[in-house]
Every structure is written in C-alpha cells, then in structure tokens.
Ligand binder design. Structure first.
Ligand code: PMP
Length: 390
C-alpha cells in the first residue's frame, strides 16, 4: 500500500535567503556555445593549445588508472606557489603566493577578506563587471572612479573613494589600455587601502606591477592561467602579495581549492616559459595586425596591450554609434562570429570587444567587418533588438 498523498511543504525562499544574495543579480559570462562551428572571439581565450608539457603533466598525474584521484590534492597547492614565486623572481617566495581556482576565485577571496557592509570596495568604470557582483554578495558598497577612453583616471579620486579594497584592472578590461607602472605606484602611495592590480592580461603588455610588490605591502597582483597560458578550461590563477595578506586569504579559501590536475597543469605551464613567450609574441603580432586592418576599414580601435581589441565600427547612416555597434554585433552573430558587446555603459556601447584568435579566425572576422558596412545599409532596427548581450 502506498502512503497517503501529502501536500508538498511550502518554503518561501525570499524570506530565508540573505539580503545580500537575494538582491544580487548573477554575473553573466560570455556565451560558451555547445555546438561547434562558431568563431569564438568573445571571452579572450587563447587560440593556441597549452604547452605540450601540460598534457604530459596531466597524464603523469593521472597514470594509467587515475588512482591518484582517490587522494585529496596538496591543500595549499604548495608546488604551484613555489613555481609561481620562481617564475616571477623579484625576491618573491612561496609565502607571497596564493593559488586559486581561476583568478575569479582569488578575487572572491579578496572581497570576502577585505570588504563588507562597513568596508566598501572600489573599481574603475569601465572595468571587470565581476567585481560589483562579488562585493554585492558580501554586502559591501562599490565605489567607482571613471576611466576615460584615453586611459586617464584621477589618482586622488581613488584615494578619496573611501574604498577599503580597490580593483585596478591592468591592462584594463574591456578597454585593453595599460596603465604605466609609475601611475600604479602613484595610486599605491596615495591610497590607504589594499590595491588589487588584476593582471589577467599583463603577459600581453609591455610592463606589469610585480616589481612594485617589494615597495608596497598594500599591493596585490592577481594572475590567471586562462589567457596567456591557454588553460581557461583548467581553472587556475594566483595572487602575489605580502605574506601577511596571503595568510589572511588562506583563512578564507576552501581547504582544497585546486584539484590535482589543475595544480599539475599550472606548474608545467610556468616551467615552459620559452613556449609561452613564442605564442604570446604571435598573439601580439596578430593583435596589432588586426588593429591596423580594422582602422583601415574606418573603425576606431583603442590601443591594446591585451589579447583583445576594443573597437568601434564607423557609424552607419541614420544610426548612433551604439546602434551601429549593436547592429554589427548582430551581423557577426548571424555569421556565427561571437564578440562581446557592453551596451549598458554609454562609454562602451559604441564598441565591440574582439578577442585575438587564430590567423584564420581573424581573417573571417575582418571579412565580416568589411561586409558589415554593406550589410548595414540594408539592415533594419530589428538588428539592434537582437543584439542584447547574453
Ligand atoms: N580578471 C579579468 C579582468 C578578466 O577579464 C577575467 C576573465 N573573465 C578574469 C579576471 C578571470 O579569469 P579566470 O577566473 O579565468 O582566471
């Protein structure tokens, strides 16, 4: 005999969820289509495979039967911390490194340790739209300082922002513009809180903030394996900071925040500098060539020191720059080319952010850019509606 049917218990989530989580909109990453055939230039992934040493290290870790996976990984990712310290030099030791499950994990740990309802976070606008999501989840206010399309922002405004932790994305994402080390040093001098220089794209730039770590105990530099190291699928990143800051972050992280395969892959990547120097140089060449080609088509392209271009198509007749960008975004999508579009900020709305892909992908992109000017004259307002960001 089956038990008598009972009514399903009611549970009012809205009364139980924390105010901070209930109020927060989820971060929306770029599209990751599951079907093939897309020219994917929307999330700044690397067009090259990782170093062959990475595959070898993962195979060695797995062995023939993956038996090593029975056991928890090194809890602190100690070999990775030591490898990152060796990679950067500048007197850094393993005690200056914290490893994370992607640099997003590191950013989250920083917010949890240094921002709350009484300790605001801060950021440049535009920059990485994950920061306000993380601060919102921790009930922290977000103070913003504008940065212009020329890469200029006011150091005094950062210092006066009242932020306890301030995120400076260098090179800036999505603008691609890099800030000089002297400018970052000026901010570190003026700002009393913790300055996080998010260097997700620094390997593509001329300079970085790592040498400043010896002078400034209020500096944290974050790095990722997702871009220059071609390992977005492995989820690994790290922070470089004063040992006391690292110790604070260690209290917050999961006890096993990087799995065995991620640790093995990341160490192997750091140990093949020659391979990565080679592919990084190729990407920079392709970036500068694509930038010149788009300019030749009449696009405005911001000077990029990252692996993407922030580029604005020439305005179509009868359309605003933002409407033109929306229409070109939709046109690219109709040709199975994905790029990123940020319409919610009027500063970024006239632009598309285009990742630097393989030579073939860039050819396809440039052909579509050339065709978009013709297509535009016959397009309708419906294009703009189709171009809502996803
Ligand atoms: N910082 C910036 C500025 C980024 O653009 C990204 C990638 N979306 C990240 C951090 C996060 O990278 P990951 O978590 O893959 O290391």
């Amino acid at each position: 005999m089956s038990p008598p049917e009972r009514a399903r218990k009611t549970f009012d989530l809205s009364r139980h969820i924390t105010a901070a989580v209930g109020a927060q909109k989820a971060y929306v990453p770029g599209d990751q289509p599951s079907e093939s055939g897309w020219v994917k230039l929307n999330t700044n992934e690397n067009p090259f495979p990782p170093s062959p040493r990475v595959a070898a290290a993962i195979r060695a870790e797995l062995g023939t039967d993956a038996a090593s996976l029975r056991l928890y990984p090194n809890p602190a990712s100690a070999p990775l911390r030591a490898a990152a310290a060796r990679y950067h030099g500048h007197g850094l030791g393993a005690e200056n490194v914290l490893a994370g499950n992607g640099s997003d994990d590191v950013l989250n740990l920083l917010v949890r340790a240094f921002a709350d309802a009484s300790k605001p976070a801060g950021m440049l606008v535009p920059s990485y739209s994950l920061y306000p999501v993380l601060s919102g989840l921790n009930a922290a206010a977000m103070r913003t300082v504008p940065v212009g399309l020329d890469g200029v922002f006011d150091t005094a405004a950062v210092a006066a922002s009242g932020a306890n932790i301030f995120f400076l994305t260098n090179p800036n994402a999505p603008l691609g513009i890099a800030f000089a080390p002297e400018k970052i040093a000026e901010v570190l001098e003026a700002f009393d809180g913790l300055l996080v220089v998010d260097e997700a794209y620094a390997p593509f730039a001329r300079a970085d903030a790592v040498p400043l770590l010896t002078r400034f105990p209020n500096l944290v530099v974050t790095r990722t394996f997702s871009k220059a190291f071609a390992l977005a699928g492995i989820r690994a990143g790290y922070a470089l900071a004063d040992a006391a800051v690292v110790a604070a972050l260690d209290k917050v992280r999961d006890s096993y925040n990087l799995d065995r395969l991620a640790q093995a892959a990341a160490v192997a990547a750091l140990e093949d500098r020659a391979y990565y120097d080679g592919i990084t140089a190729e990407i920079k060449r392709a970036r500068d060539a694509a930038s010149a080609a788009l300019r030749g088509l009449g696009w405005r392209v911001l000077p990029s020191e990252a692996n993407f271009l922030m580029a604005s198509p020439p305005s179509a007749v009868g359309k605003t720059p933002a409407e033109t960008a929306a229409a070109v975004h939709a046109f690219f999508k109709s040709r199975k080319i994905l790029v990123r579009y940020f319409p919610s900020n009027p500063v970024t709305a006239p632009f598309l952010r285009i990742s630097v892909g393989s030579a073939r992908e860039m050819e396809t992109l440039l052909a579509a850019a050339a065709a978009s000017a013709d297509a535009d004259s016959s397009s309708s307002a419906a294009d703009a509606a189709d171009a809502a960001p996803r």
